[in-house]
Design a protein around this ligand. Sequence first.
Ligand code: ZN
Length: 76
Amino acid sequence: MFFLLFGLRTRDEIVDTTVATCEVCGWTAPQQRLARTTRFTLFFVPLFPVRPKRHLLRCGHCMALRAAHPQAAYAY
Ligand SMILES: [Zn+2]
């Protein structure tokens, strides 16, 4: 009997961190910029990306995630 194990794996990589005011909770807290990739896996081995890389901002206080432009400067 042969089982084919496949699926998707999403990973977040921290690009940088800066202190800024959160748009969601309003606190001044560390904001992590994340690069999120989703890859197709075969037998738990990630092979190739199935979605374009997305950049997100995560607040260190409320942990809210929101979209961020990859080259955006922190203007708030
Ligand atoms: Zn927040």
